[in-house]
Design a protein around this ligand. Structure first.
Ligand code: AMP
Length: 120
């Protein structure tokens, strides 16, 4: 799938749409999800133009990959989620229900999170 430069996260990265930022570094931005599914629901995204986890793991540099996962861990520590626990999730492609075609890792925390995948 070609990268759509007008997807909502690309627009956030360009500063065209506001976000509630929680972390930024050279390669990564993180902000609160606009429609939280848990008391804390943060999205961690690469600044590079990657459609999905598939695109990212095939084409991103080692520095970009390290930065994204380091950011996830740091954010979880910073919000105090390590001890009570948290969940990360990244939807990739149609079967997953991915809505925004720019890679994002969801970080959920703040309550017991229940089943990993809902029953059909
Ligand atoms: P996914 O279904 O995995 O593609 O997740 C997309 C996520 O992006 C959803 O949880 C949305 O609530 C979230 N989202 C969409 N637009 C925005 C926005 N402008 N700011 C923050 N989160 C957003």
């Amino acid at each position: 799938m070609a990268y759509d430069t007008n997807n909502i996260f690309a627009r956030i990265l360009r500063g065209e749409i506001p976000c509630k930022k929680v972390h930024e570094d050279q390669h990564t931005l993180a902000f609160h999800d606009i429609n939280p599914q848990a008391p804390t629901h943060i999205l961690v995204i690469p600044k590079g133009s990657y459609v999905s986890m598939d695109d990212f793991t095939a084409n991103a540099s080692e520095a970009e990959i390290a930065a994204l996962f380091r950011a996830v861990g740091k954010i979880a520590r910073d919000i105090g989620a390590v001890e009570p626990g948290y969940r990360i999730l990244s939807n990739c492609g149609p079967d997953s229900g991915q809505e925004v075609p720019h890679l994002h890792i969801h970080v959920f925390a703040g309550k017991k999170l229940g089943r990993m995948i809902a029953k059909d």
